[in-house]
Design a protein around this ligand. Structure first.
Ligand code: PLP
Length: 426
C-alpha cells in the first residue's frame, strides 16, 4: 500500500505546530517517547473484552500482563485499592461511575459548568444532565472559591445520591474533608474527578481525594502526562458504602459494580495499546524525575499567575494552587472577548483556550476569560524565569489584537524560544 501522504503530511504539520509554539492549554501535555511507542504498538490489533484473567477472547495472555501492570502501577501511584484502567476517556470514566451509582433520574451535585465544572458533571447537553438530575453548586463571587456552605445547603435540600468534586477550570485546592462531612450528612457517595491535578495529587503536592472520597476518576493525559484516556480508582479502608445493590437486588462490591459499569456497561473492547501506554506513564510518574517535573509545573503556574497580576490582569481567586489559572479579561480589556483573544494569540503561535469566568456576562462561545496552564510548557523545559517573558508576549498581543506587526514579532520570539526544545518528556 502506498504511503498515505495526505494524512502523514498533516501529521508532520501538526508536529511542527506543537514544536514551534507555546502550548498553554491547561489540559494538554507532551508524552514521553516510550508512551508514544506503546500507543503506536501491535497491541492495537488485540481484542480483549473482559478483564485480566477473565476475557471473552483468546490470545490475551500478554495483554493480561500489560493491563495488570497498569492497574498495579496506578494503585501504587495513588495509594488505591482498585483501579479500572479501561475507560477510553475521562468523560466515559465519569459516565461509568454515574451508571454504577445512580439510576436514571437520580439527583447529584456538581460544580456549575459556567463556574469551572466539566460538561460530564451535569451539563444539560451531556448524558450526565439528560439521564440524571444535576443540581449545581458554585464558587463565591467575592473569592472565586467553591462555596461549601451553598453545597451543604443544596445537599440537605436535594438529598443527592452522589456529590462530585473536581473541575476543568478551577485553580484552587479542594476541601475533601468538608465535602465528605456533607456527603455523610445526607448519605451520598462522594466522587472526585481529579482529571486536571492528578499528577500533582500523585506527588503529594495537593490534598489527596483518596483520603475522603468513595470513588476517584481521572483522565490520564493532563498533568499525569500519559496517553489520552480515563481511569477509575477506589481508595483503601472504606468499609462502607462498599456494598451496592445491583438491579436484581444482589449486594456487590463497589469494585465489581464499577468494572461491570465500564464493561459491559458502556464499553466494548479495551484499547490495550493505550492501556500499555498508561502503564508506561504511571511508571514514569512513580519516578523522582517526575516529582521534579510536578514541582516545576506548580512553581511555573505560581510565577505565571504573579506575572499576570503584575501586568494588571485579574486572575480569578487571586492566584493558583495548581497547574492552571483563569484570567478574567474584563478588568484590563473590557471590550476583548475570550474568543478574540484566543484567535489572536493562535496567530502568534500561543495556544490557549477561551473560557467562561464565574458570573460571566458573555456566552460560552464568546466568553470573558482565558484558561492558562503550565503542564505542557514545563515538559518542554521552561522554568519560572520564562513565565514573565511569556506573560509579556501575551500582553503585547492582547494590547494590540489587530496589529499584525506586533503579532508577527511575538510569533518570531515564541518560535525562537521553542523550536530547539525537545518535544518528548524523556
Ligand atoms: N473531567 C474533567 C474535570 C475534565 O477537565 C475533562 C476534560 O477536560 C474530562 C473530565 C473529560 O475528559 P475527556 O476529554 O478525556 O473525556
Amino acid at each position: 500500500m502506498k504511503r498515505d501522504t495526505q494524512i502523514f503530511d498533516l501529521i508532520d504539520k501538526e508536529c511542527h505546530r506543537q514544536k514551534e509554539g507555546l502550548e498553554l492549554i491547561a489540559s494538554e501535555n507532551f508524552v514521553s517517547e516510550q508512551v508514544m511507542q506503546a500507543m503506536g504498538s501491535c497491541l492495537t490489533n488485540k481484542y480483549a473484552e473482559g478483564y485480566p484473567g477473565a476475557r471473552y477472547y483468546g490470545g490475551c495472555q500478554i495483554v493480561d500482563q500489560t493491563e495488570q501492570l497498569a492497574i498495579d502501577r496506578a494503585c501504587q501511584l495513588f495509594g488505591a485499592e482498585f483501579a479500572n484502567v479501561q475507560p477510553h476517556s475521562g468523560a466515559q470514566a465519569n459516565a461509568a461511575v454515574f451508571f454504577a451509582c445512580m439510576k436514571p433520574g437520580d439527583t447529584f451535585l456538581g460544580l456549575d459548568l459556567a463556574h469551572g465544572g466539566h460538561l460530564s458533571h451535569g451539563s444539560p447537553v451531556n448524558l450526565s444532565g439528560i439521564n440524571y438530575h444535576p443540581v449545581a453548586y458554585h464558587v463565591k463571587e467575592e473569592t472565586g472559591m467553591v462555596d461549601y456552605d451553598e453545597m451543604e445547603q443544596l445537599a440537605l435540600e436535594h438529598k443527592p445520591k452522589l456529590i462530585v468534586s473536581g473541575a476543568s477550570a478551577y485553580s484552587r485546592d479542594w476541601d475533601y474533608k468538608r465535602m465528605r462531612e456533607i456527603a455523610d450528612k445526607v448519605g451520598a457517595l462522594l466522587m472526585c474527578d481529579m482529571s486536571h491535578p492528578a499528577g500533582l495529587i500523585a506527588k503529594g503536592l495537593l490534598n489527596n481525594p483518596m483520603e475522603y472520597c468513595h470513588i476517584v476518576t481521572t483522565t490520564t493525559h493532563k498533568t499525569l502526562r500519559g496517553p489520552r484516556g480515563g481511569m477509575i480508582l477506589l481508595p483503601k479502608d472504606f468499609p462502607n458504602p462498599w456494598g451496592l445493590k445491583t438491579p436484581k437486588g444482589e449486594i456487590k462490591m463497589m469494585s465489581q459494580v464499577i468494572n461491570f459499569a465500564v464493561f459491559p456497561g458502556q464499553q466494548g473492547g479495551p484499547l490495550e495499546h493505550v492501556i500499555a501506554a498508561k502503564a508506561v506513564a504511571f511508571g514514569e510518574a512513580l519516578s523522582d524525575e517526575y516529582t521534579e517535573y510536578a514541582k516545576q509545573m506548580l512553581a511555573n503556574a505560581k510565577a505565571m499567575a504573579k506575572a499576570f497580576v503584575e501586568k494588571g490582569y485579574k486572575v480569578v481567586s487571586g492566584g493558583t494552587d495548581n497547574h492552571s489559572m483563569l484570567i478574567d479579561l474584563r478588568t484590563k480589556f473590557p471590550e476583548l472577548t475570550g474568543k478574540k483573544a484566543e484567535n489572536t494569540l493562535v496567530k502568534a503561535d500561543i495556544t490557549i483556550n477561551k473560557n467562561m469566568v464565574p458570573f460571566d456576562t458573555r456566552t460560552p462561545f464568546s466568553t470573558s476569560g482565558l484558561r492558562v496552564g503550565t503542564p505542557a510548557i514545563t515538559t518542554r523545559g521552561l522554568k519560572e524565569e520564562h513565565m514573565p517573558i511569556i506573560v509579556d508576549m501575551i500582553d503585547r498581543v492582547l494590547s494590540a489584537p489587530d496589529d499584525e506587526t506586533v503579532i508577527a514579532q511575538v510569533k518570531k520570539e515564541v518560535n525562537a524560544m521553542m523550536s530547539d526544545r525537545p518535544m518528548f518528556a524523556w
